[in-house]
Design a protein around this ligand. Structure first.
Ligand SMILES: *[C@@H]1O[C@H](CO)[C@@H](O)[C@H](O)[C@H]1NC(C)=O
Ligand SMILES: *[C@@H]1O[C@H](CO)[C@@H](O)[C@H](O)[C@H]1NC(C)=O
Ligand SMILES: *[C@@H]1O[C@H](CO)[C@@H](O)[C@H](O)[C@H]1NC(C)=O
Ligand SMILES: *[C@@H]1O[C@H](CO)[C@@H](O)[C@H](O)[C@H]1NC(C)=O
Ligand SMILES: *[C@@H]1O[C@H](CO)[C@@H](O)[C@H](O)[C@H]1NC(C)=O
Ligand SMILES: *[C@@H]1O[C@H](CO)[C@@H](O)[C@H](O)[C@H]1NC(C)=O
Ligand SMILES: *[C@@H]1O[C@H](CO)[C@@H](O)[C@H](O)[C@H]1NC(C)=O
Ligand SMILES: *[C@@H]1O[C@H](CO)[C@@H](O)[C@H](O)[C@H]1NC(C)=O
Length: 366
């Protein structure tokens, strides 16, 4: 009915109808579930007319026949569609929070006071999954890594996230700290991200270090453990211990003194003094720690200290009674002296008194 009517008009007024058109910028739109999409659209009509109504509809198969159902009549699209066009020439539509059922054909129609015009063509909406890929994975530290966001269609630029934080470049030289979970998204739709992919950055041991269970000088006979640690992926599984026989500066001979992550010396001796280093190894390579100095108090010095200590004690023990006796004797002597002195004084003081008396006596008769 409608078609025959259009046919009549086409025959009657061909010049006028050629002005009517609906143009979709992209007839096939690929999107990611959960994201938003915009159908860019423009329409035209004869200059004298005014647009009274615009409407987007969706093609649906009902009873084996394709029909167009207005989006405003579909509950599925309620609150998710937004006409971002106008009543002049822009007929763009946005659909948010895309769901599986949104796939399909979309049409536009507009009504002027003279005609209702339906687009013959449609916009086809379909979905793609985002699949994050990291190449190569695992990667060796220092090698180039390329991040790829796999889609089944051409999407606008992909953006990347590592553990939720934006990644500056999708191509870089892998460092140990680049290990993490990567996911991609379409630019402008960052809320919808692919499943994450873990990047494994492998390296030979780095930052090899030795830790002593006791620091400072070790006394003979005590026990000490030297533990080797390193940053390695996969973890270091082979350790070799070396002891340097010369001075720290000269590249002296290294003697292998053990293996295993912990070098345990249950009873240290003076001969254990020296510079130690460990070599950590995994299947990618090996690296050495810096040299660590282990010093053991020599037994001679200890004996000297011990002897000196004993000597001091012996001297004190022997001297103490002597000192006591001396002090006691001093006290005694001074007491005796005092007594003697007082006698002397008495003698001295009585003597002249007697003499005086005698003199007086002698004088008296004279
Ligand atoms: C719209 O139609 C007018 C004539 O009615 C024409 O001059 C104009 O170029 C058309 N615009 C577009 C974008 O097709
Ligand atoms: C749309 O929004 C209105 C008002 O916010 C709400 O009442 C209605 O339930 C919503 N419809 C759907 C399908 O979510
Ligand atoms: C999506 O479509 C399927 C099959 O057509 C239907 O069973 C389902 O209810 C629809 N989902 C929504 C939310 O309308
Ligand atoms: C050894 O480790 C250091 C850092 O701890 C690193 O700079 C160096 O490249 C490593 N050497 C090898 C041969 O891996
Ligand atoms: C190695 O040590 C250096 C300096 O101590 C540090 O900056 C770096 O982060 C360490 N590397 C690793 C992988 O731990
Ligand atoms: C050294 O390690 C052994 C076992 O590995 C442990 O029995 C011992 O107590 C440790 N010694 C010290 C001083 O940490
Ligand atoms: C550790 O590495 C050395 C040198 O490659 C090798 O000779 C030794 O067999 C390795 N030890 C173990 C336990 O793998
Ligand atoms: C570590 O030390 C061993 C023994 O001296 C040496 O053979 C090896 O080349 C060293 N490795 C590195 C990476 O310096």
């Amino acid at each position: 009915m409608m078609e025959s009517w259009i046919w009549i008009i086409l025959v009657v007024m061909p010049g006028t109808l050629s002005a009517y058109s609906v143009t979709f910028e992209t007839p096939n739109v690929c999107a990611v579930r959960g994201s938003s999409v915009e159908f860019r659209c423009s329409y035209n009509y004869t200059a004298a007319e005014t647009v009274l109504k615009t409407e987007w509809s969706k093609g649906e198969l009902k009873d084996g026949k394709w029909t167009r159902i207005e989006l405003s009549k579909l509950i599925l699209y309620e609150n998710r569609t937004q006409y971002i066009g106008d009543q002049l020439h822009d007929c763009s539509l946005a659909i948010h929070d895309l769901q599986d059922n949104d796939t399909g054909y979309y049409y536009f129609r507009f009504d002027t006071e003279r005609y209702g015009w339906r687009s013959k063509k449609s916009v086809y909406l379909y979905f793609t999954d985002l699949k994050a890929r990291v190449n190569p994975n695992p990667v060796r530290r220092g090698d180039n890594v390329i991040l790829e966001c796999g889609t089944s269609c051409q999407l606008s630029t992909a953006v990347w996230f590592k553990d939720g934080h934006p990644v500056a470049k999708p191509e870089f030289q892998a460092q140990t700290e680049d290990a993490g979970k990567y996911s991609c998204a379409v630019k402008g739709q960052e809320s919808v991200q692919s499943d994450p992919v873990a990047l494994d950055v492998q390296s030979p041991p780095l930052n090899v270090s030795v830790e002593l269970s006791q620091s400072g000088q070790l006394s003979e006979g005590s026990s000490v453990n030297l533990t080797c640690s390193s940053v390695a992926n996969p973890a270091a599984d082979n350790y070799t211990w070396y002891k340097s026989t010369g001075s720290p500066s000269s590249s002296s001979q290294l003697l292998q003194v053990g293996s295993g992550q912990v070098l345990s010396i249950p009873s240290v001796e003076a001969s254990h003094t020296g510079l130690y280093l460990c070599q950590a190894r995994n299947r990618l390579g090996e690296n050495n720690s810096t040299k660590v100095l282990l010093t053991v108090d020599s037994s001679d010095i200890q004996r000297v200290i011990l002897l000196v200590g004993i000597g001091v004690k012996v001297v004190i023990i022997l001297l103490l009674p002597l000192v006591i006796v001396w002090i006691w004797r001093r006290c005694l002597k001074s007491a005796v002296d005092e007594e003697e002195h007082s006698h002397d004084y008495e003698n001295i003081s009585t003597q002249p008194a007697g003499q005086k008396n005698r003199v007086t006596q002698r004088e008296m008769p004279a």
